[in-house]
Design a protein around this ligand. Structure first.
Ligand code: FMN
Length: 207
């Protein structure tokens, strides 16, 4: 059964509304390893060998964070820079991550309408996340359509609650997806959120 490593990066978790809620319903499952990077590395000194060992022990990696300046918070970038080593994650002999899946789970202040070519941000969020997608692919990982909480400032408590249930379902289905059929269906969508309603009927219900 696939094992999932959730790498969480929020520089201001005490003030978080969206991510606090998104973490609420994650499955309590021994196959899920939750790792709060800011809690673990407040000084930014990342234990590279331990991070590599954890990656090796899991099949699915999640990068969960708020979008800051169209990108990730700095500690996750530091993690990417240090942990995804040449000759290990990419380059000659760099096959340690081949075949693993990468799910990006992010939140934005901007609404989805603002992330359009004719919207405020002039590009889609997928376009802004392209460096992450390409990084995962360069490391031989499958970059899944991201799960996004758009427009967090205007989301009602109920909408955020519903999103957290969707996120929990997504995580569970990925961990139950032994033959990759769920990931293949997911790959049809721009964002994982778009696929979930269509997939619900075909899937066992999540707890
Ligand atoms: C330093 C900073 C930069 C931000 N940059 C963006 C951005 O580029 N695009 C955007 O849509 N929202 C941006 N936001 C809004 C956050 O993404 C939003 O507040 C967050 O996703 C909400 O999650 P939380 O309640 O868990 O903190 C930014 C917020 C901060 C503090």
């Amino acid at each position: 059964m696939p094992r999932l490593l959730l790498l969480f990066a929020h520089p201001a978790y005490d003030h978080s509304r969206a991510h606090k809620q998104l973490l609420q319903h994650l499955p309590n499952d021994p196959r899920l390893t939750f790792r709060d990077l800011y809690e673990r590395y407040p000084d930014f000194y990342i234990e590279v060998e331990e991070e590599k060992r954890l990656l090796s022990e899991h099949d699915i990696v999640v990068w969960q964070h708020p979008v800051y300046w169209y990108s990730c918070p700095p500690l996750l970038k530091q993690w990417i820079d240090l942990v995804l080593e040449f000759g290990w994650a990419y380059g000659p002999g760099g096959v340690a991550l081949h075949g693993k899946r990468l799910l990006h789970a992010v939140s934005t202040g901007g609404g989805r309408h603002a992330y359009q070519p004719d919207g405020l941000h002039r590009h889609t969020l997928r376009q802004f996340l392209a460096p992450f997608e390409r990084t995962a692919q360069l490391c031989g990982m499958e970059y899944l359509p991201p799960f996004v909480a758009f427009g967090t400032h205007r989301l009602t408590d109920q909408a955020l609650f519903d999103l957290s249930l969707d996120y929990a379902r997504l995580v569970r289905h990925l961990m139950d997806d032994e033959d990759g059929s769920f990931a293949r269906q997911l790959a049809q969508c721009e964002y994982a959120n778009d696929c979930l309603p269509a997939l619900q009927s075909a899937l066992p219900s999540a707890s």
